[in-house]
Design a protein around this ligand. Sequence first.
Ligand SMILES: [Zn+2]
Length: 198
Amino acid sequence: MDEIIAKIDDPETLSMVKKIIPFHGYLSSGAFIGLQMLQIAQRLLDIKEGDKVYVTCETSACVPDPFQILCSSTVGNKGLKILDYGKMAVTINKRGEPGQEVAKGVRIFLDPKKTAKYPVLNAWYMNERKVPHEEVLPVLLEAGEDVYTWQFVDVPVPVKTKKNIAICKVCGESFILIDDEDICQGCLPLTERSNPTN
Ligand SMILES: [Zn+2]
């Protein structure tokens, strides 16, 4: 792994990698892909250090972590949303201006039509065989932006609404209302929950 890190000659990328390693536990291919996606978005959307960045990540594996450590977009501060579609794709946008209904964003994905040119990366991506990160990372480094496809998108700016709180008639605990239900999500049968996977 140290050999791979020594190959990173861009100081900004290197500094990002050094923050990701202790946060994620190691440098995985997916975490590096998240880093590359962030760099593409920084360029396309002119994101400066310290800008609040909103990210929707279409996988829960590895890719969300670089955004949490590098731009403080976390689940808890609503900077990071995960739609676990099992896709190597993210949508990134900056904070919308006051009064704006949509913010300019970009959706970036690791494009299988483009990874096809890189057999080792593609074998890892398509899970054709077990490919160690030590083999995938140098390919990602070499390929750079060449394996990604992106498109500008309008991201709706969420409207802040007042939270209404109720006491659940089953467990007696308080919860934030979605509609006007009287039973919390935790007490509802799985099939009736709004987020059955959560
Ligand atoms: Zn309850």
